[in-house]
Write a protein that binds this ligand. Structure first.
Ligand code: SAH
Ligand code: SF4
Ligand code: F3S
Length: 465
């Protein structure tokens, strides 16, 4: 920090920042990059608020509950700060992410304990915002910026990669132009922007050189990514994946989240042609009724989705599908909901997320007629989740007895264990004898629990014990 101020110094000469992340993987990625930017200003990361000189909440606005959580957290932090001030210490409170973007200055009116508010497209201004806030100004930085939001930040360093493991995220696309009528993302993240190929390839190479084995390409609408290729042609995500697959040492590629409308032929072919592209696809459909899909502005029918899934499975028969569902969108009748249940039965998911519709102020859905009773939403959600849980258990169960490859990511909860992920994204608990972190081990699955797979040797030991 250039102003030489020491008021919020923790005493050991190093200021500490606690970054708390809510919401999607974009936020996880952004939080890491913000911590990197703050490290240049002398902040070290801590994993608890108690001893932090600054707490930065990276927030999510997607459903009402998510947004409300932020205000209760600020309340708790204010109390913590009051206690610390009595001891002569201080703590700065910053809010980033989608609630920051959506509420802007109102956030400070509602929660005056907040020192600064910064939106997702302006993170390159974070050091400046922090400096101004430390000078006593309440800073609100939420104008959409056109620059690359991390353009001025230092390159990710090997040290950071080591700390963060062998599987990394890489943002390739931001924002959304789809305007589904339930969704705040187009308003909080702004218009769709794709990062250029050269930048993506450079970041991927750097990650791999630092020991990363698996990269997940991120975007709110990742398969809408497009850019000018190395060959001067216009590329989509399929071509980009081909390019990245050529990076030596990179063992696995994934991407998330996709929109059904943007699954083009080249991308489907990539699932057939690229061994490094993992057989897992998150492809939200939201609902199974054409009437509701139309009201949601998804711009495809349930039948389009079924046909798309058939084409993807023809290209990659073992692919594990995941999805998102909303129940109780305005106007959803019992029949509409049954259409969703039928679609889920037809498609069969390995895993999925499902939510009750939450009206978001400023989105068209919030003003539609026919809001569904909370009670009805809860009943529908329970039925849908029971079906999805059954499908997930079925998917896990059919892996028992089979060999799967596992990228070993970290030590397990018990001594002697390592945890990694299967190609289909489930955590797999393995014996540490199968390899070391960063290795891809082949193990036989001995047992499946609700959310993870347990490899055979571990299983045998447990029986013996
Ligand atoms: N870009 C992604 C979704 C991002 S939001 C996509 O298009 O698939 C993640 C999920 O949250 C959505 O897929 C949707 O299922 C859910 N969601 C978004 N807005 C919601 C709302 N208002 N109420 C309930 N669920 C919502
Ligand atoms: Fe939201 Fe729809 Fe855009 Fe996904 S595609 S981020 S659900 S508006
Ligand atoms: Fe939430 Fe914003 Fe992500 S609203 S889901 S954090 S894009």
């Amino acid at each position: 920090m250039s102003d030489g101020e020491t008021a919020s110094n923790s005493g050991d000469g190093q200021r500490k920042v606690f970054v708390k992340t809510y919401g999607c993987q974009m936020n996880v990625y952004d939080s890491q990059r913000m911590a990197d930017a703050l490290a240049r200003d002398g902040f070290v990361e801590t994993d608890k608020a108690d001893d932090a000189d600054m707490v930065l909440l990276n927030t999510c606005h997607i459903r009402e509950k998510a947004a409300e959580k932020v205000y209760s957290e600020i309340g708790r932090l204010r109390q913590l700060r009051d206690r610390r001030r009595k001891g002569g210490a201080d703590m700065m409170i910053g809010v980033a992410g989608c609630v920051a973007q959506a509420e802007g200055r109102e956030m400070i009116a509602r929660a005056p304990a907040v020192d600064f508010v910064i939106g997702p497209t302006t993170y390159h201004r974070l050091p400046d915002v922090v400096a101004r806030a430390r000078g006593g100004e309440k800073v609100v930085e939420t104008e959409f910026a056109v620059e690359d939001k991390f353009e001025h930040l230092p390159r990710q360093q090997a040290r950071q990669v080591q700390r963060r493991g062998v599987a990394a995220f890489l943002t390739v696309q931001e924002g959304c132009d789809k305007f589904c009528t339930f969704c705040v993302v187009p308003y909080t993240r702004g218009a769709e922007v794709s990062r250029p190929v050269a930048q993506i390839v450079e970041e991927a190479r750097r990650l791999v050189a630092a020991g990363v084995r698996e990269i997940t390409l991120l975007g709110q609408n990742v398969n809408a990514w497009h850019g000018e290729g190395a060959d001067g042609r216009s590329w989509g995500l399929g071509e980009l994946l081909h390019e990245l697959a050529g990076i030596e040492g990179l063992a696995r590629l994934r991407y998330t989240t996709s929109h059904p409308r943007d699954m083009d032929d080249a991308l489907i072919a990539a699932h057939r042609d690229l061994d490094v592209l993992m057989p897992y696809l998150h492809l939200p459909v939201q609902a199974g009724s054409d009437r509701i899909l139309k009201a949601m502005n998804r711009r495809h029918t349930a039948e389009d989705y079924r046909r798309l899934v058939d084409r993807i499975r023809a290209a990659r028969p073992d692919i594990a599908l995941s999805g998102d569902f909303i129940v109780g969108f305005p106007g959803e009748t019992d029949d509409d909901f049954e259409d969703t249940m039928r679609l889920v039965r037809d498609v069969t998911y390995a895993q999925a997320f499902s939510f009750k519709y939450s009206p978001r102020p400023g989105t068209p859905g919030a003003d539609m007629a026919g809001h569904v009773d909370e009670q009805v939403k809860s009943e529908r959600l329970a039925r849908l989740q029971a079906l999805l849980a059954e499908q997930q258990a079925g998917f896990m169960q059919q892996l028992v007895g089979k060999e799967v490859s596992v990228l070993l990511e970290k030590p397990g909860r018990e001594p002697g264990q390592l945890v990694g992920r299967s190609p289909f994204l489930q955590p797999v608990i393995c014996d540490e004898t199968v390899g070391k972190i960063g290795d891809i081990a082949t193990v036989r699955i001995g047992r499946a629990s609700a959310n993870s797979l347990i490899s055979e040797p571990v299983e045998r030991r447990r029986h013996a014990a």
